[in-house]
Design a protein around this ligand. Structure first.
Ligand code: SF4
Length: 469
């Protein structure tokens, strides 16, 4: 039998403490992120009279409920008692357990999946967990990063270990030059449209190929962020010189001799030649165009040049029923050109597309133009916000008519009150377009930041390639 291993297998093997049966192991967890949703786990731990086993390996951030307007200096700005309670509980639980907490006034605050990489906490070869589905984002660094539930979080807080079943390996190779106007978001939407939201269920994806290697770290984070939307446990990308250059000098990155040691280890992580993948999917980037979703699942995505599809063309009865319900909810008619669909709001931000490169791409479209619909941007972190301001991007957004807000999850899941009104369509850079995701009755169209900016200035779904040369 070949000894060649995939990157997933190499990281897995290093973290196994003990095995149970054929396919299950107790893994050591290197980094664990928590946000406001962690209160169940902390509560359960406290009821058992237990403390966090390794508080230095858990990092907390206030993001889901953080207000993005009038943040002010203290908690008094949060008038909703439920939201305020969630924010206060996180502060109380982290304080009681000696956990580093970036509260909503900390200059390094931001969305958990943005600040992890930004601070250098996310590193290749680690096992990283968080009670949030989009923890797969961190896998862009060649880390085994996955979301966990409340009882698993309690286990990690109590022991710094987690029982896990080993999943199979799926390699998705995207080769070819990426056409102008096409971004990482378009690539991942095209992948999900091709394989479906259950296409990677039971697998860890490894993204490979020349197009993936071409992407910046920000672009890779966007791709891995949405691996979970294809059903994958995580979506890994092999670390390379771009990864190391991104990490070098960051607050939590290894320094001096430790850096050299870390580099040597990180360089050993990519999958060996001849490593066996259980399944392979191949996509050519060359034929891609900007993508938008028309339905209520990330797989219900199509090129902006297409029309709303007809459920009658679906060969599978379940799929047809889902399409019919999606079109009812989205109030769309088959055959309508996507570019004729009116949009009521635009939102740029989230752990998918709230990074500096995303803000630059949107600002390039907005420069010298005005929005015709309400639009807002919530940078992925306070650090990103300051960087954007230093580059003058905030001025471009404001002059175009965008609200320039504080950092947080904002309208991604609208837990902080940044909702999209019922019946309105939002051009959104987030990662989920389920019914009611951005507020009761809201209708979400997923797209890249440049495409959301284009929709904001035209009031319709728009092919951004017509606005930028
Ligand atoms: S931005 Fe959205 S997907 Fe990302 S962590 Fe926040 S709520 Fe979750």
């Amino acid at each position: 039998m070949s000894s060649a291993r995939t990157m997933h297998e190499k990281i897995w093997d290093r973290h196994v403490i003990v095995k149970r049966g054929e396919n299950e192991a107790l893994l050591h967890v290197d980094r664990n992120f928590v946000h406001e949703g962690s209160f169940h786990a902390f509560g359960a731990l406290a009821r058992e009279g237990r403390k966090v086993r390794k508080p230095r390996q858990t990092i907390a951030v206030t993001d889901h409920y953080a207000p993005t307007v009038n943040r002010g200096k203290d908690i008094e700005v949060v008038t909703d008692p439920e939201m305020r309670n969630m924010i206060e509980l996180l502060a109380k639980n982290t304080q009681a357990n000696g956990i580093l907490h970036y509260d909503m006034h900390d200059p390094r605050q931001g969305i958990v999946h943005v600040i992890g990489p930004e601070l250098g906490i996310t590193q290749p070869g680690l096992v990283i967990t968080c009670g949030d589905s989009h923890t797969s984002t961190h896998s862009a660094f060649g880390a085994l990063a996955f979301g966990i539930g409340a009882s698993q979080l309690k286990q990690i807080l109590a022991t710094q270990c987690l029982w896990q079943k080993k999943t199979k390996n799926l390699r998705i190779t995207v080769d070819g030059a990426i056409p102008a106007g096409v971004t990482a978001k378009d690539i991942i939407l095209a992948i999900i449209a091709k394989i479906g939201t259950a296409g990677a269920t039971g697998y860890i994806i490894e993204f490979a190929g020349t197009a993936i290697r071409t992407l910046s770290m920000e672009g890779r984070l966007t791709v891995c962020n949405m691996a979970i939307e294809a059903g994958a446990r995580a979506g890994l990308i092999a670390p390379d010189d771009k990864t190391y250059a991104y990490l070098e000098g960051r607050e939590f990155a290894p320094k001096s001799a430790h850096w050299e040691q870390a580099l040597a280890f990180w360089r050993s992580l990519p999958s060996d030649d001849g490593a066996r993948f259980d399944r392979e999917v191949v996509l050519n980037a060359r034929g891609l165009v900007p993508m938008v979703t028309w339905g209520t699942s990330p797989e219900e995505a199509a090129p902006i040049t297409a029309v709303v599809p007809d459920p009658a063309t679906a060969t599978d009865a379940d799929k047809r029923a889902h399409m019919e319900q999606a079109l009812r909810y989205m109030e769309l008619t088959p055959g309508t050109p996507l570019q004729e669909i009116r949009i009521h709001r635009a939102f740029i931000g989230t752990c998918t597309n709230g990074r500096i490169e995303d803000l630059r791409a949107a600002a390039a479209v907005l420069k010298g133009r005005k929005v015709v619909i309400p639009a807002w941007v919530s940078p992925g972190s306070s650090t990103t916000k300051r960087q954007a301001e230093a580059e003058g991007l905030d001025r471009i957004f404001r002059e175009a008519g965008f609200d320039w807000r504080a950092s947080g999850c904002s309208s991604c899941a609208a837990m902080n009150g940044d909702t999209v009104p019922a019946g309105e369509r939002c051009a959104s850079t987030s990662n989920r377009n389920f019914e009611n995701r951005q507020g009761i009755g809201s209708r979400t169209h997923l797209m890249s930041p440049a495409m959301a900016a284009a929709a904001a200035v035209t009031g319709k779904l728009t092919d951004v390639r017509k606005l930028v040369s």
